[in-house]
Design a protein around this ligand. Sequence first.
Ligand code: SAH
Ligand code: SF4
Length: 349
Amino acid sequence: MSALNSNISLNDIVSLLSAKGERQKKLHKSADTITLNSFKGKVWLRGIIEYSNICFKNCYYCGIRKDNNKLKRYRLNGNETVEKAVYAWKSGLGSVLLQSGEERSNLFIESVNNIIKEIKKRTNGELAIVLSMGEQSTKTYKKWFNSGAHRYLLRIESSNKELYEKLHPNDNLHNFNNRLKAVESLKKVGFITGTGIMTGLPGQSKEDIAKDILFIKEREILMSGNGPYIVHKETPLFNSYTNIPDANERVNLTLNMIALLRILMPNINIAATTALDALDKKGRLKALKAGANVIMPNITPTKQKKSYSIYSNKPGINNSLSDNIKNVEEIVKESGKIIAYNEWGDPLQ
Ligand code: SAH
Ligand code: SF4
């Protein structure tokens, strides 16, 4: 494994994505050594607040897509959202991630803007705000950036245009090139920008994932969140569920992808994503030992949490917020790392 360095070839990446047993252990160990060297054993916490499950898009894989009418829709009110962020700050979380379905109405844009400003005010500017609210105009990105949010996550889902188009309706709202442009626009506005993909999608090859990894490197992306695709019954992709790798393999693909990203990009932020735990109780723990340096306790109010059902079997939906934080603290402890409380947790540049 000593041959692994940032010049690793596409073929090697494809091959290592399938690593199992001893070979996988070595891959993860190499990544962990690099992570320890970069982050000195520190792990950053981000509290996730799932602000709204209202979405005007219809991605074929997602449980909160517009056409799923079996779902109770909600949008948190501003005060409640700010209170949860203040709670995160008081709990020493250092940053919050506001995530939601996609809307582009003025009401939505202004509500988010007011929340950003209020959080910054109430936490004396000490809490970092990360957004994941889909594709917006450059004007909206600028507005939110100027109000104090400074990191943004927008997954490209797949860097393969053909595959992307199979996973989304063929219309202007779900346009591959617009998605890529949005990532570039975020960077230009000044956001520390993150992207990522789902692993184990129907029709996705290992070569696709290898190219996703290289895409993230070539575009100089500073944060990456990747997770296994998880079937949701109320989606068009449900019918393809027999054509995907089994749960174990999807977890391994994600873990190996994390390790490869770390080897190629020693200083970026890589999240141990919650979807991993939906398929493997030790999923996030394994990710922290394979290159991830960020973990995200869910601090959405318990009442709404179950309605943010992007995928099935989401872990921790009935837990209290403090339980979710405790749970994450235990995972970090078990990984042998240390939580960096009260730090923003920007990637090392
Ligand atoms: N609406 C925004 C943010 C919320 S969705 C957006 O789409 O960018 C956040 C992420 O959830 C998506 O980027 C997608 O990668 C992931 N996701 C959606 N459906 C999923 C599923 N069935 N399994 C796993 N991840 C899913
Ligand atoms: Fe909406 Fe995001 Fe789900 Fe697509 S992935 S349907 S944009 S919430």
